[in-house]
Structure formats: structure tokens, C-alpha cells
Design a protein around this ligand. Structure first.
Ligand code: ADE
Ligand code: ZN
Length: 335
């Protein structure tokens, strides 16, 4: 085996966690088509090939439009179960032993789909994953930042009825023009209610959005965060605190944050000592699940074994697993 084959093999065989995955973004065209028929929901495509060829994006907003349209086929608890179960099968294939999943209730509630329908469908599939495959998980509810504070407070109230299932809250959707400061009061309330907090920041938006996510939203992890390199002081702080960055390389290329994978800044982030974790974000739209993100990135950036090992160790260290589970997994990886 040559070096690349060795690294690919190592990536495939090593247990991993995924910390940045939107469950609605794992809706494969085949399932979208099946659900559109099952639920009699019109989609603007005649076949699976047409869906796939629509997946060409120029920025985050051009993707979000298609992503929210795709979510319209999700109606019943069974649909959310099927969606989550398909992702779990990918986890099994990729040797993901723990996953922390985002969901976007505000993209379902206005269509008359209840909070309970969504959370129960996802939760049942995750419980089955634990029982059948020993795959553990956490659920994080994301607020859509293009919506107003009132709508977010409303969905937070609903999440409070499901604290047994939801560990934390996040912030996603259109970043530019929707700064973290818009959600300061919301996140204060969420923390009071006992939720952990994370936020998308510095995907397209400026380093100030990362600062504000840390200072105002008290986040435990930064989702993306790749724009941090434009601010030396910020990098120093992130290194000092070892704040995790859940980076999504294939997503960043698909959404034109970087023009090609070879120009992604992941290796630079690693070299600075930042706690980088690799994730798939919306794999059905961006062309690959976790292993493909790791394999393609390692080829494009010439990552070595130590880099890959670091990324995988970081994924466990940055998770919301308890300290004992983290220790156990880190020991297994090192043996
Ligand atoms: N929602 C789903 N994927 C997203 C991304 N990459 N950025 C912001 N919001 C999202
Ligand atoms: Zn994301």
C-alpha cells in the first residue's frame, strides 16, 4: 500500500464522531423523490437526475433556497425517522460511533408540521441506532437566524418540553446581515434553561461574528469558523481556549468559500494549533459524507497520519460526550 492508500484505510477503520451535520441536509435525492410521492408534495423536479443537477451553488444563500425547498417533503414522523435512519446507515458505513445532529424546526412548523412530529421521528431513529449498532448521539436544535427573535423564542419554548432529547441549541441559515448580537437575549434564555450553545460563525461572515458568538452567545463550539485567520487576536484566543471549530471542507468548496479543496485553509488552521474537527454539514447536497470529507481533504492538502489522528482525536474531545466516554474512545484510537 502507498501512503495515500494507507491514510485512506486509516480514516475508514478509525472510530470517529461527527459534530456538524444538519439532518435535513442528509436528505438524498432518492428519498426526496420517494417522500414527494408518498406525501403528494410537488417538487420542481421530474426525476432524481434533475434534482442532482440543481445542486450547483454560488454561495450559502443559493444553497439555502434549495435546501428549504427540499425539506418541504418532510411531513410525518415516519419521514423524519426514515431521514435519520438513512443517515445512521451512512454513519455505520463510515465508522462514526457518535454523532451530534442539528435540526431546523422553524423550517417545518410554518408548514403545519408539529415540533413533536419532527423531534420524535429523529429521536426514535437515534434510539434504534444506539440499540442496533451502539451508535450514540445528541440532538441540537438550530434557530434560523434570518427569522426574528420572537419566532426563535417561540421555538425555544417548545424545545423546553423536550430537554430529555435536546442537549443544546445552535444558530444557522443566512449568516451575512444576521449577526449573533440579534440573538443575545435568546441565547441567554436558552442557557438559563440548561441548553449548551453552539453557532455557525465565520463561514461567510467576518471574524467579528466569531467574537460575538463567543462573547454574547457563550458558545462551546464554532460551526465553520474558517474566517478566523483574518484576525490574529482571535486566532490567539481560539488556540488558548482550544475552542473547537467544526470545519466542513466539501461544504466550503460547494458554497464557494474556497475555490477548490487544494486552497482550503484547514491545514493552516491545524498548524496554528486550533482545535479543528472535520464534518460533512449537508452531505446529500455537498457530495460526500464524513469519510469522503476526510479522504478528499487529506489528498488535496497532503495531510499526514498525525494530522488525521489529530482531527479524529479532536472530534471526540470536542463532543458533548461525558469525560469518561471521551477518555475510553481516545484510548481505543491510540491503541
Ligand atoms: N443550514 C444548513 N447548512 C448550513 C450551512 N452550511 N450554513 C448555514 N446554515 C445552514
Ligand atoms: Zn452547517
Amino acid at each position: 500500500m502507498n501512503e495515500i492508500e494507507n491514510i485512506t484505510d486509516f480514516i475508514k477503520k478509525t472510530p470517529k464522531t461527527e459534530l456538524h451535520l444538519h439532518i435535513e441536509g442528509s436528505l438524498e435525492p432518492e428519498l426526496m423523490f420517494k417522500l414527494s410521492k408518498r406525501n403528494k408534495i410537488e417538487i420542481p423536479f421530474n426525476n432524481i437526475e434533475e434534482i442532482k443537477s440543481a445542486y450547483s451553488f454560488t454561495n450559502l444563500d443559493s444553497f439555502l433556497k434549495i435546501y428549504y425547498e427540499g425539506s418541504n417533503v418532510l411531513i410525518n414522523e415516519e419521514d423524519f425517522f426514515d431521514l435519520t435512519w438513512e443517515y445512521i446507515l451512512k454513519c455505520k458505513e463510515d465508522n462514526i460511533v457518535h454523532t451530534e445532529i442539528f435540526f431546523d424546526p422553524q423550517s417545518h412548523l410554518p408548514r403545519g408540521v408539529s415540533f413533536e412530529t419532527v423531534i420524535n421521528g429523529i429521536d426514535k431513529a437515534l434510539k434504534k441506532a444506539e440499540k442496533d449498532f451502539g451508535i450514540s448521539s445528541k440532538i441540537i436544535m438550530c434557530f434560523l437566524r434570518h427569522l426574528d427573535e420572537e419566532s426563535c423564542f417561540d421555538v425555544l419554548k417548545q424545545a423546553c418540553n423536550h430537554k430529555d432529547k435536546i442537549i443544546g441549541v445552535g444558530l444557522d441559515s443566512s449568516e451575512k446581515g444576521n449577526p449573533p448580537s440579534k440573538f443575545k437575549r435568546l441565547f441567554e434564555q436558552a442557557i438559563k434553561e440548561g441548553f449548551l450553545t453552539v453557532a455557525h460563525a465565520g463561514e461567510e461572515g467576518p471574524p467579528e461574528y466569531i467574537w460575538d458568538s463567543l462573547n454574547l452567545l457563550k458558545i462551546k463550539r464554532i460551526d465553520h469558523g474558517v474566517q478566523c485567520l483574518n484576525d490574529k487576536k482571535l486566532v490567539e484566543k481560539l488556540v488558548k481556549d482550544q475552542t473547537p471549530l467544526t470545519v466542513c471542507p466539501l461544504s466550503n468548496v460547494k458554497l464557494c468559500v474556497f475555490d477548490k479543496l487544494e486552497n482550503h485553509n484547514l491545514k493552516k488552521l491545524l498548524n496554528k494549533g486550533l482545535r479543528v474537527v472535520v464534518n460533512s454539514d449537508d452531505p446529500a447536497y455537498f457530495g460526500g459524507y464524513l469519510n469522503k470529507n476526510l479522504i478528499d481533504t487529506s489528498k488535496a492538502l497532503n495531510l499526514g497520519f498525525e494530522d488525521i489522528k489529530k482531527l479524529i482525536e479532536n472530534s471526540f474531545k470536542s463532543s458533548f460526550l461525558n469525560e469518561e466516554s471521551k477518555k475510553d474512545w481516545l484510548k481505543k484510537i491510540n491503541s
